[in-house]
Design a protein around this ligand. Structure first.
Ligand SMILES: *[C@@H]1O[C@H](CO)[C@@H](O)[C@H](O)[C@H]1NC(C)=O
Length: 100
């Protein structure tokens, strides 16, 4: 009886642990692994931009990653003005008040 309770409790804790860890794992999915080493130097049509994110701060080269509507990630230098504009536009439209 006691054993079963313990087991159930343990399982519950484990599940809670896993559930909590999930979003974190997803959030960092685009992070350390995805660094940019090659950079696209041309603008692409804005209508082909699906979303834009920044690479993780641990990356050697800070960069923007543009995902095209076809789901292909393209790297742009952090200093590339076009990418900066897209980034600020998209994050303005999304209206994220939780930006740091
Ligand atoms: C951007 O789009 C790509 C491709 O659809 C997707 O894998 C990625 O999770 C998206 N990133 C964000 C921040 O929405």
């Amino acid at each position: 009886m006691m054993k079963t309770l313990c087991f159930t409790l343990g399982l519950l804790l484990l599940t809670a642990c896993c559930c909590n860890a999930m979003p974190e794992a997803l959030k960092f999915n685009t992070a350390p692994g995805n660094c940019c080493f090659k950079f696209f130097t041309q603008k692409i049509p804005v209508k082909r931009v699906f979303n834009i994110t920044k690479t993780h701060s641990s990356c050697q080269n800070q960069a923007f990653i543009v995902h095209t509507i076809r789901g292909i990630p393209i790297c742009f230098r952090e200093t590339f003005q076009w990418a900066r504009d897209i980034y600020s536009q998209q994050h303005y439209i999304v209206g994220s008040s939780q930006q740091l």
